[in-house]
Design a protein around this ligand. Structure first.
Ligand SMILES: *Cc1c(COP(=O)(O)O)cnc(C)c1O
Length: 281
């Protein structure tokens, strides 16, 4: 069962709520970050909390000079160790900072915070074995560096097809990222992924780029052109929960030979072998 920390205590999530006056409900003003927990230990917690702080600043949500972030960091650590943390502490902690009830000319001085601990659930093993399909869209994500709660554009652009896992943002024909993951192709012996700034500073993305470079891969940070998909040897996405998942089709374009590629598999292996390095002590 999912648990949530709000108003100073942990409770079952279905007993938690926020007022309907909160601007996250009325205007979509809110940011969050998802931290993966492995056996009750948070993965890359500092990087996630730094990004949460950055997201809040970009959304002009007030943070009392970082005290809120420190508090949330403590809550993630505490929740991860609780006996009622879902799946024996192998789950996801989602920390939210909402706009609260007060809007001062586009500044939000009275935010609310809560952290949900829930089962990550839904990556079928077939996704790693067979790969997934994405739906390309010409839309982009506004304020790419903020992890906003507003996924409306991406959800609509990827909606309505059972064979599609997520949309792939391709504004002006340049590939950036997917609905909730960072995106990579391998082409002419190089791993190519969009630069931070054009996309969210994905924590898994950063680790994969680091591991790839340390292990002899050539990594180029630029937005691939949509036309390069047809010439790519493989593609994959990364996120905290999914780690590394091969992508075998984008719209009607089959990537490479339509099967998961060796770089995705090697990088996932390297990621798994190095998890300890980024685990909370
Ligand atoms: C959460 C998210 C990611 C993945 O970030 P991680 O830190 O690797 O989990 C990438 N892109 C978008 C748009 C996201 O919302």
């Amino acid at each position: 069962m999912s648990i949530c920390f709000i108003n100073g205590k942990f409770s079952p999530t279905d007993q938690c709520g926020i007022p309907v006056t909160d601007l996250v409900i009325q205007r979509g003003v809110g940011v969050f970050d998802s931290v993966r927990l492995y056996d009750g230990k948070a993965f890359a917690l500092t990087a996630h909390m730094k990004r949460l702080e950055k997201s809040a600043r970009l959304a002009r949500i007030d943070l009392d000079d970082g005290a809120a972030i420190e508090k949330i960091t403590g809550v993630v650590r505490e929740g991860a160790k609780r006996p009622d943390c879902p799946d024996g502490g192998n789950c996801i902690a989602k920390a939210y900072i909402t706009g609260g009830d007060v809007n001062e000319n586009g500044r939000f001085p009275k935010p609310r915070h809560f952290v949900i601990f829930e089962s990550g659930g839904d990556t079928p093993p077939d996704e790693y074995k067979l790969g997934i399909a994405l739906q390309p869209t010409g839309e982009g994500r506004p304020y790419p560096l903020a992890k906003s709660v507003n996924y409306l554009v991406g959800l609509i652009e990827g909606a309505g097809r059972d064979d599609i896992r997520e949309c792939l943002y391709c504004p002006d024909g340049k590939i950036t990222e997917t609905l909730r993951s960072s995106f990579f192709i391998r082409r002419e012996g190089r791993i190519i992924t969009a630069p931070v700034g054009m996309v969210l500073d994905g924590v898994t993305r950063g680790i994969i780029v680091e591991l790839a470079r340390e292990n002899g891969f050539d990594v180029e940070e630029r937005c691939p052109d949509v036309s390069e998909l047809a010439k790519a040897d493989e593609a994959f996405l990364t996120s905290s929960w999914k780690e590394v998942v091969p992508v075998v089709r984008v719209g009607d374009a089959v990537i490479g030979d339509g099967k998961p590629g060796p770089a995705a598999s090697r990088l996932r292996q390297l990621f798994k072998a190095n998890i300890d390095k980024w685990l909370d002590k």
